[in-house]
Design a protein around this ligand. Structure first.
Ligand code: CO
Length: 135
């Protein structure tokens, strides 16, 4: 599989500006800018603390956003875990042959120009998993 690290944990939120400000003010985390991924229907903001995987706040962009559907069903909370891998195509091939249920059979655009793919939560104990190509 070639996992190189846990990259981030994503949290679905209703108001990303308000939420980012709260994490920064209350926990002293460092926030990056807000990024929009229109093709994925998501706005996101990375939060960093020393020695830890990042947190990624995500909120809906547009009416047909998967994040909007997640919030309507579950409310705010943990959305996915992301692992960095050294070869995302190989990782997807291995998962497919292991009968994991892939949401993306090939990589799509992720934050900061990265290449990512998601694996359905039913394959991993109800947890949505994102794989990210190591840069
Ligand atoms: Co993510």
């Amino acid at each position: 599989m070639g996992i190189t690290k846990m990259d981030h944990v994503a949290i679905a939120v209703e108001d990303i500006e308000d939420s980012a400000a709260r994490w920064v003010a209350s926990l002293g985390m460092q926030a990056g800018g807000i990024e929009e991924l229109p093709e994925r229907g998501v706005r996101l903001c990375k939060l960093r603390a020393p020695g830890s995987p990042a947190l990624e706040l995500i909120s809906p962009l547009g009416d047909d956003s998967p994040v909007a559907r997640f919030l309507a069903k579950n409310g705010e909370g943990i959305h996915h875990f992301c692992f960095e891998v050294d070869d995302i195509e190989l990782a997807l091939e291995e998962l497919k042959s292991g009968e994991a249920d892939l949401i993306h059979e090939s990589p799509v655009a992720g934050a900061g120009g990265s290449r990512v793919a998601f694996v359905h939560p039913q394959s991993f104990n109800g947890v949505l998993i994102e794989l990210k190509q190591k840069e």
